[in-house]
Design a protein around this ligand. Structure first.
Ligand SMILES: Nc1ncnc2c1ncn2[C@@H]1O[C@H](COP(=O)(O)OP(=O)(O)OP(=O)(O)O)[C@@H](O)[C@H]1O
Length: 240
């Protein structure tokens, strides 16, 4: 497995009212292309903090995150924003859709930010909606969609950029089991078919059997790093 992201000796603490919480303690981990990696662990063990650091949304107190030739700690805030825009996709538990936009418009938004010409953006957005099985629902606004459909639009919006890494934070927790399974199958297929590295944080133990790799966190440490199922590698994506 070729890692696309390497994080070494990550430390992160928070101080609140003179109480120091060590959220991450000496975490070293890499994330590989074409794999669906699941990060699990009890509430408060540091999963979201690690996801934020790996995606450049927050900085570690110590340690480094390398993605391709980028050392995230050496980038300015603006460079980090650009890095995320170009190479990372994000899916959140709350979908984060714009109420006024149709499914198609939601998916085109990141491509507009990337200055992709309108015609190409529309074509790519339609393909992404097709990938999540929603091409026939492209004119619907969030208020007209089910939770599962909204999450699939959010996935289409994340993958339309063709990200090298896709970060998903509790993507199934607001969904019933059937929609949850559907979303996980789409994330797995995205990893296999496009070579994207998918890192998914979840409490949902049903996902364990679907993961290529399981990272188990506890009390700020990475306790277990296993690949329970054999994996075949497909198309590979790189950060230059
Ligand atoms: N901004 C913050 N300020 C203070 N403490 C924080 C902050 N963010 C996280 N923490 C603390 O760091 C620890 C790790 O939190 P984190 O949110 O990463 O855990 P988690 O595993 O994602 O939890 P959950 O599964 O409940 O979302 C917790 O003790 C939390 O209270």
């Amino acid at each position: 497995m070729r890692p696309v992201l390497q994080a070494t000796h990550i430390e992160k603490s928070f101080n609140v009212q003179n109480i120091r919480t060590r959220a991450l303690i000496d975490v070293t981990v890499d994330i590989c292309r074409a794999e669906f990696t699941l990060m699990i662990g009890p509430s408060g063990c540091g999963k979201s903090t690690l996801l934020a650091i790996l995606s450049g949304m927050s900085s570690p107190d110590q340690g480094a995150v390398h993605v391709g030739s980028f050392n995230l700690s050496e980038l300015t805030d603006e460079q980090r924003d650009l890095f995320r825009l170009k190479y990372c996709g994000f899916i959140f538990q709350g979908f984060n859709l714009f109420p006024a936009l149709t499914a198609l418009e939601q998916v085109q938004v990141p491509l507009d930010y990337m200055n992709i010409p309108e015609d190409e953006a529309r074509e790519r957005a339609l393909l992404a909606l097709d990938h999540v099985g929603l091409s026939k629902r492209k004119h619907l606004r969030p208020a007209e969609m089910s939770g599962g459909e909204k999450q699939r639009v959010a996935i289409a919006r994340a993958i339309v950029k063709r990200p090298v890494i896709l970060f998903a934070d509790e993507p199934t927790s607001a969904l019933d089991s059937e929609n949850g399974r559907n979303v996980i199958e789409i994330l797995r297929a995205t990893a296999k078919e496009t070579g994207t590295a998918v890192l998914c944080v979840s409490h949902d133990m049903r996902l364990l059997s679907k993961a290529d790799r399981v990272l188990q966190m506890e009390d700020g440490r990475l306790l277990r790093d296993e690949r329970p199922n054999a994996v075949s590698q497909s198309t590979e994506r790189d950060v230059p």
